[in-house]
Design a protein around this ligand. Structure first.
Ligand code: SME
Length: 150
């Protein structure tokens, strides 16, 4: 990803005049606007001590899936696997929660604080098979920067 995009992410996250949620919201909006194959960008976080994820800030169409049990869907699987999950074709996945019929592909990257998986960034794309290792490395970078303010 372009270095200026990384700088813009850092600038948003370092702005202590805004709440953490507002900063995360702005990161979602930036990524969605800057990267053509990012059509929905959002954060899910572990819901307290429950074995479930809760939707945090996001940019894109509203989703009904504000709570996702661990193990369910791509997001719920990442909550237990601690690994990136790249889905080139969502139609080929059995354990998938559809948010919109326009979505063709998805990438979920876990977010670690002190080595603990506390949430994730989730990207939906309306473009088939758009995600590469560049997206994985970039989203790992975003999550590392986010972890510094949590
Ligand atoms: N598709 C996700 C659910 C979240 S929405 O994409 C916003 C999943 O299968 O976990």
């Amino acid at each position: 990803m372009h270095p200026s995009l990384k700088s813009a992410v850092i600038a948003i996250l370092e702005n202590k005049d805004k709440t953490v949620n507002t900063r995360l919201q702005e990161v979602c909006e930036l990524l969605k606007a800057a990267i053509p194959h990012y059509d929905w960008v959002g954060f899910y976080f572990r819901n307290g001590e429950k074995e479930e994820l809760k939707l945090g800030p996001y940019a894109g169409a509203p989703t009904d899936h504000t709570i996702i049990p661990f193990g369910k869907g791509i997001c719920g699987q990442v909550a237990v696997s601690n690994a990136n999950f790249v889905v080139p074709d969502v139609a080929a996945q059995d354990n998938y929660i559809a948010c919109s019929i326009t979505v063709k592909a998805e990438i979920v990257v876990p977010l670690f604080v002190d080595g603990k998986n506390i949430g994730q960034i989730d990207i939906d794309s309306n473009t088939p098979d758009p995600f590469t290792e560049k997206d994985e490395r970039f989203l790992e970078f975003v999550n590392q920067e986010v972890s510094k303010i949590l």
